[in-house]
Design a protein. Sequence first.
Length: 272
Amino acid sequence: MRDKPELDWFEVREFPHGVIGIGEPGHFEDVKSYLIAGNDLALLVDSGMGYADISAVVAAYTDRSVLLVNSHGHLDHIGDNWRFDRRWAHPGDLDRIRAGVPNERMQHFLAPDAFNRPIPPTLNPETFEIPGTDVERTIDDGDEIDIGGRVFTVLHTPGHSQGSISLLEEETGILIAGDTIYEGPLFSHREGGSARQYRTSLQRLAALIPQLSVVYPSHNRYPLEPSFIVEVRDAMEQIWDGREPDLTEDGAERFEFGSFSFTFRESWRNDP
Ligand SMILES: [Zn+2]
């Protein structure tokens, strides 16, 4: 990849069972996308910020045709969707994915202080936008993604957003958790989020722990041990039991718990 300096943007890590993490640590979001090749297809979970060509990284690791599945529709997960022909997502975030993100809404994510390493030479912050993309099909709870010799089950885990999913490979115990589980600021206060649904999703994921071997989150330190789900679930229960917020600001309440926090809208108990 040395002949394409913009690809230095990505940090690739190879994990057991052929899981390839494609990180973007040069940006404050520190988002991760995941590539797993089956016998027939390569599954790519999310397409990152779109600041450099993630499809070139994917092509360096697999010659299978790529099926892109979005963990949800937030901008840091759909940036390079347009580079792939086959795209699947949950209907809950489809409006966002179809709309894309215009340059003016990207400014916070393109400001000089958003980066901690040189920006890719092909990225122009004054014109960058995320094109809207449609999906080949929608996926919902219980659907199976069969990539040939490997099957991932879709778990609808809303809360962070309406269309948030997690992917479970039962044979290996791999859970790809999207933005439902990670170290750092977890939140449900943006449009489509729900603290109530988030609580239910965490209870559901915690119940899976006996069959999990590893958790792949979409941000920050990775991979995570399955027991981290318990910490996050228990923190959520403390909040519902009446724990006071550590900070109230801009119509949102933040609750701090060591390596992670939750931010909910102030009226979160009324969330649907
Ligand atoms: Zn998100």
